[in-house]
Design a protein. Structure first.
Ligand SMILES: [Zn+2]
Length: 413
C-alpha cells in the first residue's frame, strides 16, 4: 500500500480511550486521575503495558515522564509526540489522554504495517500537566526541557501535603532516565480544543499557531468607609463601586482588541459589613492574548481605565503585577506541514490560538513545535461532560500520523 493511503484504526483508538477512562473513573462518567495518585499509577501501568506490547523499551525519567522511542533507520534526533495522562479532579476522558493515545495509535499503525521511519519516532506522557494536585502545571515537561531541576520537582509539595519525590517512589515511577537526555527534532501534540470554536464552525482540525500568553494583575482600590444611611450618594468614596465599574468595563476592553480575553476571577471588599460603604476593594484580572503586542496593549489600556475610573469615582487605585507568561508561537514550518496534511486528507482546518496552556508551549522553547486541535463538544472540558466524537479523533490521529511521517521521513513503504 502507498504510505499516503495509510490510516489509523478508529475502533482500536476508541477502545483504548475507553479502557484508559476506567482508570480513575468517577460515578458521573468522568475521570479523576490526579498526578501520582493510585489512579494515575493504574493509567500509567496500562499505558506502559501497551508500549511494551509493541516491542518498545519504556523509559521512565527522573520525574516520572513515560517515554518510548521507536527506532528509525537513522540514529538522529526523534520526532516526539506527546501529551499527558493526568487529569483534574473533575476531569473527563479526553483532555490529555486523547493526545497520548492518538500517539500510541500512530505507533501501532506503523508497527502493524511494517513502516519504518528515517528519524526515530518517540511518544511521551508528561507527569502532572494539569497542576491540580501539585500546583506547578506542566511540571514534567518543564523538567524534560531543563526549566525545572529534578531536585526542584521532587521537592514540590502538593495541596494534600505530599511530596512529588515521595509519591513518585510510592507509585513506582521514580525512574532513572535523565531528564534532558532527549532533544527532539520536533514535537507534536494532539489535544481537544477545550473551547467551542471548532465545534461551532463544524471544522474537524484546528492548527495551533500560538499558545496564549497571560498577564495577571491585582488591583487594590482605596476609598473611605462611611455610613450607608447618612452619607449622600454624591459624597462617597466607595471602593466597591469603583472596582465594580472597572470590572464591568472588561468586556468592552476585550472587544476593542482582537482575540483578547479579560476576566475578573477574585473580588473582595472590606470591611464587608452590610451597612458600611467599603473603604477597600481588591480584585484580580486575567488578561490573555496569543499576540505579545496585543497582550501589552490590553494591559496598557487596562491600566489607563483603572486610573480614569478611579479618579472619576474619587478613590485611589494601585495595580500589582502577579504574573506574566509571554505568548508562545508555534513553529511556522510545522504548522504548514500540518495544514498541508489536513488538506491532503481532505479535512477542513483552521489556524487558531490556544487559550489554554499545554506541554507544547514548554517544548516549543527547545524544538520546532505545533499542536493539532480536535473539536470539543460545546467547548466543555475539565468536566465529566467533556466529549469528542470518534470521527474527530480519527481525523486528528490521521493528521498526527501523516505529520509525524513527513517530519520523520519514511524509509520504506
Ligand atoms: Zn490537557
Amino acid at each position: 500500500m502507498k504510505v499516503s493511503e495509510l490510516r489509523i484504526q478508529t475502533a482500536r483508538l476508541w477502545q483504548s480511550l475507553e479502557e484508559m477512562a476506567q482508570r480513575g473513573a468517577t460515578p458521573d462518567g468522568g475521570v479523576c486521575r490526579l498526578a501520582l495518585s493510585d489512579a494515575d499509577k493504574e493509567g500509567r501501568d496500562l499505558f506502559c503495558d501497551w508500549l511494551r506490547n509493541l516491542g518498545l523499551t519504556v523509559q521512565i525519567d527522573q520525574v516520572g515522564n513515560i517515554l518510548a522511542i521507536r527506532p528509525g533507520s537513522q540514529d538522529e534526533a526523534p520526532v516526539l509526540i506527546g501529551s499527558h495522562l493526568d487529569t483534574v479532579s473533575t476531569g473527563g476522558r479526553f483532555d490529555g489522554a486523547a493526545g497520548v493515545l492518538a500517539g500510541l495509535e500512530v505507533l501501532r499503525t506503523l508497527e502493524e504495517k511494517g513502516i519504518r521511519t528515517r528519524r526515530p519516532l518517540g511518544l511521551v506522557s508528561f507527569t502532572n500537566e494539569e497542576g491540580a494536585r501539585y500546583t506547578t502545571d506542566m511540571m514534567g515537561s518543564q523538567a524534560f526541557c531543563g526549566e525545572l531541576s529534578v531536585e526542584q520537582v521532587w521537592a514540590i509539595r502538593g495541596l494534600d501535603g505530599t511530596l512529588v519525590g515521595e509519591e513518585l517512589r510510592r507509585i513506582g515511577y521514580a525512574g532513572d532516565f535523565p531528564c534532558g537526555a532527549i532533544r527532539p527534532y520536533a514535537y507534536l501534540e494532539l489535544h481537544i480544543e477545550q473551547g467551542p470554536q471548532l465545534d461551532r464552525a463544524g471544522i474537524p482540525i484546528g492548527i495551533v499557531e500560538a499558545i496564549t500568553g497571560l498577564t495577571w494583575l491585582e488591583v487594590i482600590v482605596r476609598g473611605a468607609a462611611n455610613h450607608a444611611g447618612t452619607t449622600p450618594m454624591d459624597n462617597r468614596r466607595d471602593a466597591a463601586l469603583a472596582a465594580a465599574r472597572i470590572v464591568a468595563s472588561l468586556p468592552d476592553l476585550a472587544s476593542s482588541i482582537p482575540d483578547q480575553r479579560a476576566t475578573c476571577g477574585r473580588f473582595s471588599v472590606a470591611p464587608g459589613i452590610v451597612n458600611v460603604i467599603p473603604h477597600e476593594a481588591i480584585f484580580t484580572v486575567d488578561l490573555r492574548n496569543g499576540d505579545p503586542a496585543r497582550l501589552l496593549e490590553a494591559e496598557t489600556q487596562f491600566r489607563a481605565r483603572v486610573q480614569e475610573i478611579s479618579s472619576r469615582s474619587n478613590v485611589l487605585a494601585e495595580i500589582r503585577l502577579l504574573g506574566h507568561v509571554p505568548p508562545q508561537r508555534c513553529d511556522p514550518q510545522v504548522v504548514s506541514v500540518i495544514e498541508s496534511v489536513a488538506t491532503d486528507l481532505a479535512y477542513p482546518s483552521r489556524r487558531m490560538v490556544s487559550g489554554a496552556g499545554h506541554d507544547a508551549q514548554i517544548l516549543a522553547r527547545i524544538c520546532p513545535t505545533a499542536m493539532i486541535f480536535i473539536p470539543s463538544r460545546d467547548g466543555v472540558s475539565h468536566s465529566p461532560a467533556e466529549y469528542s466524537t470518534p470521527e474527530a479523533l480519527e481525523a486528528g490521529a490521521n493528521v498526527l500520523l501523516h505529520t509525524a511521517l513527513r517530519l520523520a521521513g519514511v524509509e520504506r513503504a
